[in-house]
Write a protein that binds this ligand. Sequence first.
Ligand code: MAN
Length: 521
Amino acid sequence: MGEYMYFVCFLLVFGVRVNAEIERPRGVSISMASKYEPNNKQTFQCLDGSAQIPYEHLNDDYCDCADGSDEPGTSACTNGRFHCTNAGYTPKNIQSSRVNDGVCDCCDGSDEYEGKIECVNNCKELGKKLREEQDEKRRLHEEGFKKREGFIAEASTLMEGKKLKIKELETEKAEIQEKLKELEARKTEAEGPEKEAKDKHEQAWKEQKDAREKERQAGKAREAFDDLDLNKDGFVDVFEIIPHLEFDIDSNGIVSEEEAKEHLEDHEKVDYEEFSSKIWGNIHSIYKKLVPDEPQQVTPPPVEPQGDTGVPVPTEEPQATPHLTPLPDEGDDFDDEDDEDDDDDEEESAEEDKMPEYDEETKALIAAADEARKNYEEADKRSRDIDGEITTLTSYLNTDYGKDQAYAVLRDNCYEYTDREYTYKLCPFSTASQRPKSGGHETNLGRWGRWENDKTQVYDHGQNCWNGPDRSVKIHITCGPDHQLTNAYEPSRCEYAFDFITPCACDQHSQPQVKEIRDEL
Ligand code: MAN
C-alpha cells in the first residue's frame, strides 16, 4: 500500500472526512477507479477486452477502444460515458459528447473543464434540497406506516365484529326456524275456518247471482222474443229472423231462410217457451236489437217512374221479408233512450254483481287469519333477510384485504378523481366507474376482481366497449399519508389505470426510494 493510501486510512480511522478525490483519470467513477489504476500497469485494457493500449493513450482525445472506455474524460468516443462525481449531490453519467460542449451538465461543473463556459458548482444546494425532500418522504412514509398499524388493528376488530355478527345471525335464524314452524301451524289453523266461512259466503252470493242472472236472461229472452216477433202472433218465425244481419252465417250480406232456420234449430217458427229454453241460449251473444237506422235486409221493390206527385211509387211489397213490419219511428231519441236504459241496466247489474260484505263472524275469522299470516310472513321475511346478511358478511370476510388485512378499512368507501372530461370513482373491493363531467350516465368500468400483485388490483367485467373488450381497470397503489385517488387514465381503449395512494401500502418493505447522495470526497 502506497503512502497515499496509508494517509486515507488514517483519516478514515480518525473520523475525518476525506476531502480529496481518489486518484483516477478524468470522467471515471470511484467504483471504476481500480480498472484504470496507473501505478502497476503501463498499459490499459479496454473494458470490453477488445484491445490493450499504452497507458498514456487514456484521455488523449483519440478513441482507441470500441466501447469508448479509453476516453472517459473527453468527447472523442461517440459511445463514451463521462462520470460526474457531483460531490454533495448524486453522481451522474453523461454521454461523453456532452463534455466541453459549452453546456453545464454536471452540478459540479466537471464536464466543462476547458472553460468554454463558467459552471457554478451548485451540488451542495441541490443535495440539501434532495435531502429535505427525502426526509419529507420518509416522514410521510413513517406517518403512513403508523396509520397502517392502526388500520390493521381496526381491520382485525372489524373482522371479529363481522364473525360475531354471523354467529348471532345464525342463532337468530335457528330460533326463527323454530318459530316459523309454530307460526305456520297457527296460520294453517286460522286459515281453515276462514276459508270455510268465506266459501260459504261466496257460495251463497254466487247462488244469488246465478239466480239473478237467470232472471235477467229470462227478461232479456222475453224482450228479444217480443222484439223479434214483429207481427205479434206469439211466434218468432224464419222471416222475422231474416232482417237480422247478425245471423248471416256465411257473411254474404244476407240471411237466407236456411240460415234463419238454423238459428231456430230447424223450426219454421218457435213460441216463447221453445225460444227461451232452446234458442235464446245459442243466440243471445250475437243477437242485436233491430234499430230503424240500421240497413235492413229488404229487397227494394222496383221503382216506377215518378207519378204526378213526384214521389217514386213502389210496385210491389218487399220480397225477401214479406212479414217485416217496420219498427215504429221513434226519431233520433230512440237510440239514446235505449242506450241509457242499457247503461242503467249495466250499472244496476254491476252493483248487484258486487259481492256483499262478509258477516261479522266471517270478518273476525278473516282478521284472525290475516294476523296469523302477517306474523308468519314477517318471520319468514326476517329469515330471508338473515340469509342475505350472512351472505354479505361471508363475502366480506372471504375477500383478500392484502397483507395483515390492512386494506379492509377501504371497503365501503369510495374515492374520486376528476380530469378534463370525466369523474372517475373507485369503491375498493366493489366497483370502478366513470361519469362524464358534463352530465350523463355512469359507466361501469369493472367490478372487484383480484390482486395482480401486492400493490396492483384488477377490476374487470365492466360495461362492454363497442367493438372492443369489456372495460377493466388496474389500480396501482403506493404509500401515501391519506387514501386518495390521484390519477386516472386510459392506456388503451377501455382499459383504464388508476393511481391510488393510501397508508395501507406503507409497509416496511416499501421504504421510499432514496437516491444515493454522495458525500464530499
Ligand atoms: C366512452 C368512455 C371512454 C371510452 C369510449 C370507448 O366514451 O368510456 O373512456 O374510450 O367510451 O368507446
